[in-house]
Design a protein around this ligand. Structure first.
Ligand SMILES: *Cc1c(COP(=O)(O)O)cnc(C)c1O
Length: 414
């Protein structure tokens, strides 16, 4: 992948927006902990407040090391500008507060990160914003519904937790006929695998807690887009509405995580492909949803807009809801935890955990099966990941059915 400056992704992830030689040779940018910034004169301070110079003012508006992170991520997402926040939800909420007013409509896809759904459903809705959920995997549903009232269309792709894709380019064309912005949550892919802005989206958000940080040791968020939008989100959504400011220490951890993003993502993809193939041929699995599988329903769309197929898998067991939970409980190395994108393989049961605020009807309406399991494939040795899944299948299903199983989990005879 090439940036506008023809420097490759891996090089940008390590070098963009920082020159050690300009910083006393320090390979790693300093951590800025200052809450406020001194001016030479009142007039200089006044000009800073008017946006007439680029002096730092106060850490809720940014800091020098945060600026390095933001400029680096803007380059990786091929955006004009980016803003770092204290969490993914900080980025999503600051952006949405900045983009709509009472009476406007947001159209969101049916499948959403649980807290994003809560923010729309229990937050923005009560402030007079109309929220409509559509299956955006079929762009015709957006054509049929969008109106001049619609100011924002929001989707993840692949979606959490069920791995449905939406066609970013197709949706952006529809939005732009209606003076409406398209906002994409790119957490699952990271800019290494997918750049929504180059496909026509207006805003891209990340939970940087996940792959961008990559080590499970920070909470952070990113939003990237045009200079005008990012300035507005910084000076209103973040400064006045959420105050969800990233700390200097988390900026430093995130810059460190980014340096290995491309290397980690390659291994996440390689491991996930093998785990998905294993699950797909197991008699214990009803459906495996992974863009790298031949039977993935949106395989062509994945090939069109993603550079590789990612580290996330969703699957449904040939089992009851109780047995699905029992399977997760039987894993020995793989950890039962929310979050994703870490070195450790993490697994969770959305109906019981991340999406437990949904009623039974909401789960069905939002296409989340009660037996669906979400797997974030980590960086451990592939044989150890598969062996753990295999022994958990054996412990749940061999005991239950008395069937005879071969080494690879396939039934030899019933
Ligand atoms: C985790 C996550 C979020 C929320 O991010 P936080 O950093 O936890 O606030 C939003 N969207 C997706 C897809 C996520 O996985």
């Amino acid at each position: 992948m090439k940036s506008p400056h023809e420097t490759h992704f891996a090089t940008l992830a390590i070098h963009a927006a920082y020159d050690a030689k300009q910083n006393q040779g320090a390979l790693t940018p300093p951590i800025h902990v200052s809450s406020t910034y001194a001016f030479d004169t009142v007039e200089q301070g006044g000009a800073a407040f008017q946006g007439e110079n680029d002096r730092f003012i106060y850490a809720r508006l940014g800091s020098p090391s945060q600026q390095i992170l933001e400029q680096r991520l803007a380059q990786l997402e091929q955006a004009e500008a980016a803003l770092a926040t204290a969490s993914g939800m900080g980025a999503i909420t600051a952006t949405m507060w900045s983009m709509v007013k009472p009476g406007d409509e947001i159209i969101a896809d049916l499948s959403l990160y649980g807290c994003t759904f809560s923010f729309l459903e229990h937050g923005l809705k009560s402030f007079g914003i109309k929220i409509t959920y559509l299956n955006l995997s079929d762009p015709q549903n957006l054509v049929d519904h969008i109106s001049d009232q619609t100011k924002l269309v929001y989707s993840e792709t692949p979606s959490n937790p069920n791995m449905r894709l939406i066609d970013i380019e197709a949706l952006s064309l529809i939005c732009h006929q209606h003076d409406c912005k398209l906002m994409i949550d790119n957490t699952y892919c990271t800019p290494y695998l997918q750049n929504p802005l180059t496909l026509g989206a207006d805003l891209v958000v990340h939970s940087a807690t996940k792959y961008l940080g990559g080590h499970g040791d920070l909470i952070a968020g990113i939003v990237a887009g045009s200079h005008a939008d990012i300035d507005h989100i910084r000076m209103f959504g973040l400064k006045d509405m959420t105050g969800a400011v990233i700390s200097g220490f988390d900026v430093s951890l995130l810059l460190r995580g980014l340096k290995t993003l491309h290397v980690r993502m390659d291994r996440h993809c390689e491991n996930a492909q093998k785990v998905a193939e294993y699950l797909n041929q197991s008699t214990h699995v009803k459906h495996t949803f992974y863009p790298g599988l031949e039977n993935f329903p949106q395989k062509n769309l994945a090939a069109k807009q993603m550079r590789d197929t990612g580290g996330m898998i969703a699957f449904e067991l040939n089992a009851s809801r109780e047995q699905s939970a029992q399977f997760v409980n039987s894993l020995k190395m793989i950890l039962c935890a929310v979050s994703l994108g870490d070195a450790e393989t993490l697994i969770q049961h959305p109906a019981s955990m991340t999406h437990s605020t949904y009623t039974e009807e909401e789960l069905l309406a939002h296409l989340i099966s009660p037996t669906l399991i979400r797997l974030s494939v980590g960086l451990e040795h592939i044989d150890d990941i598969i062996a753990d899944i295999h022994q958990a299948f054996e412990s749940v299903f061999d005991a239950a059915s008395g069937n005879c199983f071969s080494d690879n989990g396939l039934a030899i005879s019933a």
